[in-house]
Design a protein around this ligand. Structure first.
Ligand SMILES: *[C@@H]1O[C@H](CO)[C@@H](O)[C@H](O)[C@H]1NC(C)=O
Ligand SMILES: *[C@@H]1O[C@H](CO)[C@@H](O)[C@H](O)[C@H]1NC(C)=O
Ligand SMILES: *[C@@H]1O[C@H](CO)[C@@H](O)[C@H](O)[C@H]1NC(C)=O
Ligand SMILES: *[C@@H]1O[C@H](CO)[C@@H](O)[C@H](O)[C@H]1NC(C)=O
Ligand SMILES: *[C@@H]1O[C@H](CO)[C@@H](O)[C@H](O)[C@H]1NC(C)=O
Length: 290
């Protein structure tokens, strides 16, 4: 979302209020100048180009690789597909971005999610979860990547079942073997033993469903397959601090944030102009029009 857009402060913009008797006063307002006017021009000529990819920033750092070991061959690779006027770049274990292809004034280029964790159901890796993408109202964009078997790796489909929450279907030969997505074999001996005893205790009626799920979750967190709640909080907090710092120094996280700030300043300038006008009138200083 227009990460290339920088709004910088021109420190003090003085409005000098004059009257026939001299200087009435000087008002200073902060004026922000959009020095790289959004993606205007740049993207119109270069949309979809690789250069624009590095203009996007990830809010949080991607998690480390985890999951089926044979998926490690996807590390550092990216897959692109254009679907309904949007180009999607999926870089497994890193990020998912979206690039609007229509040649319009301000095409959307944004991060839909950053790699964080797996979704696991019934001892099976069912989806890669990418979270903490660009802001979307009070939320952040996120995506679920599910798999289907095919003879080469490609993005099959992207939908947005819930606003700003995406579902991408990735076709790949990596999921074709029936056992390829089982979780248990990927765990360390230690964690396998923990899981074994958990299953035993469950059979003996030790755990409620909730208690069992919680302990299983702890095993997956220990394996790095799930992000712990506290780790996620920490990521969020770090991202917020960076964003607040940027806003303070006049670099905005989003085009919307910058527009908002610009609007406020426009209103401030308008108010000052009106004040100037009324001061001119009350001091009897009128501009003469011929
Ligand atoms: C990734 O792994 C490295 C070394 O194994 C570790 O220091 C780091 O904290 C891990 N990063 C995350 C986000 O878990
Ligand atoms: C997305 O991941 C790819 C592959 O790891 C990386 O080259 C690229 O810089 C990442 N994009 C962003 C916006 O960080
Ligand atoms: C769980 O997976 C096993 C095989 O891996 C399968 O037989 C069983 O039907 C699955 N259960 C559910 C609820 O999907
Ligand atoms: C792979 O898929 C393509 C098109 O879907 C098909 O033409 C080709 O025969 C397939 N190759 C193999 C090895 O299955
Ligand atoms: C993509 O998903 C949409 C919505 O579920 C569906 O209508 C469409 O047929 C799908 N396209 C492909 C190529 O699977």
């Amino acid at each position: 979302m227009c990460k290339n857009l920088r709004c910088t402060f021109i420190k003090l913009f003085g409005i000098i209020l004059l009257s026939s008797t001299g200087i009435l006063g000087v008002e200073f307002v902060e004026l922000k100048i959009v020095d790289e006017p959004s993606s205007y021009g740049l993207h119109a000529q270069q949309f979809g180009s690789p250069e624009e990819a590095h203009l996007l920033n990830l809010r949080v750092a991607p998690a480390n690789f985890s999951g089926p070991p044979h998926f490690s061959r996807l590390i550092g690779r990216c897959f692109s597909e254009i679907i309904n006027d949007y180009k999607y770049d999926l870089c497994p274990f890193h990020n998912l971005t979206q690039h609007e292809q229509r040649n319009q004034w301000n095409p959307y280029n944004g991060v839909l999610g950053v790699w964080q964790e797996w979704d696991i159901l019934n001892n099976t890796f069912v989806a890669m979860i990418m979270k903490d993408g660009d802001s979307c109202g009070s939320l952040f964009r996120s995506a679920r990547i599910t798999f289907e078997c095919g003879n080469h790796s490609t993005i099959v489909n992207v939908t947005e079942p819930v606003t700003c929450s995406y579902h991408l279907v990735f076709r790949t030969p990596l999921v074709c073997h029936p056992d390829s997505m089982l979780v248990y074999p990927t765990l360390s001996k230690d964690l396998q033993q923990r899981w074994d005893s958990l299953e035993g205790e469950r059979l003996r009626g030790y755990w409620t469903d909730k208690g069992y799920s919680r302990r299983l979750r702890e095993i997956f967190e220990a394996a790095g397959l799930f992000l712990s709640h506290s780790h996620h909080e920490q990521l969020q907090q770090q991202a917020q601090e960076v964003e607040q710092e940027k806003a303070r120094s006049g670099v905005f996280a989003s085009f919307d944030q910058c527009k908002e700030s610009f609007k406020e300043l426009q209103e401030k300038v308008k108010r000052l102009e009106q004040e100037l006008e009324s001061l001119k009138n009350s001091s009897g200083l009128h501009e003469s029009h011929s």
